[in-house]
Design a protein around this ligand. Structure first.
Ligand code: 13P
Length: 269
């Protein structure tokens, strides 16, 4: 698969700048959409729309097959490429799996871990997420750890308990000096693909709770520097209100990131 290739003056994989001021991260999760050819066509439309945009960190997470061609297409633009999952081991007899060093070898800098769809359809546990998080940190791939509750848990007032369990086990064994690149994505499962995002107030309040849980475990400087993204039916029209909240440091966007114009509007909220 050959895509347009630009000279490389963009970020080196793994070398992710984390500003202490929490530079917003807007990440696209394409899920199981787009072939390599479609990914390249997307880049051609998307890049001019966001050219020169430096306020936010932008990452696109396509399916595995499109990672390499998309990385070539966006090289030099400052846009980061992320995977939607990875294995916790470097290599081995794990049929069908992809490791962090393999991702890094093709220029992937970010990885989504513990997305609710993987927890649900692939039975990923909090401990699986924890193993992958340790591997991402070891291999210097920026991890975007997804947490969130289902509708019933929110209605029964169990949201904080669920999030606390996911954070406690997910971050188990991580030391403060290893935590600088960790990004958490709060994705209430009831909001994913529903067309109805959480209100900015609910998201802000939940993010504040997540940050306090991180503070308790990893201290002030990690908690203050950690980016917490919101995900779940983010659309161009809802982005500004969500991102205006103090505790919301970016967005993880599914459906609305599949169209380059729509994702560009979100990036330029
Ligand atoms: P939607 O934006 O389609 O609701 O998906 C959110 C999501 O799961 C991003 O990881």
């Amino acid at each position: 698969m050959e895509c347009k290739r630009e000279p490389s003056d963009g970020p080196t994989p793994g070398e992710v700048e984390i500003a202490s001021t929490r530079k917003p991260l807007i990440a696209a999760n394409w899920k199981m959409y787009k072939t390599p050819v479609e990914a390249c066509a997307y880049a051609e439309t998307f890049l001019p729309l966001v050219a020169g945009h430096t306020r936010d960190e932008i990452a696109i997470c396509p399916p595995f097959l499109a990672l390499e061609p998309l990385e070539k297409s966006v090289r030099g633009s400052g846009i980061f490429i992320g995977a939607q999952d990875m294995h916790s081991e470097k290599e081995g007899a794990f049929t069908g799996e992809i490791s962090a060093p393999m991702l890094k070898s093709i220029g992937v800098s970010h990885v989504i871990l513990g997305h609710s769809e993987r927890r649900h359809y692939n039975y990923e546990s909090d401990w699986d997420v924890n193993r992958k998080l340790h591997a991402a940190i070891r291999q210097q791939v920026t991890p975007i750890v997804c947490i969130g509750e289902v509708q019933e848990e929110r209605e029964e007032g169990r949201t904080n308990d669920v999030l606390l369990r996911q954070i406690k086990i997910g971050l188990e064994g991580i030391k403060p000096d290893e935590a600088a690149t960790i990004v958490i994505a709060y994705e209430p499962i009831w909001a994913i693909g529903s067309g109805q995002s959480a209100s900015p107030e609910i998201a802000d309040e939940t993010h504040a709770f997540i940050r306090s849980a991180v503070r308790e475990r990893l201290g002030n400087s990690v908690a203050d520097g950690m980016r917490i993204l919101y995900g779940g039916s983010v659309k161009p029209e809802t982005t500004a209100a969500l991102l205006s909240k103090d505790e919301i440091d970016g967005a993880l966007v599914g459906g609305a990131s599949l169209d380059p114009e729509s994702f560009a509007k979100i990036v330029k909220y």
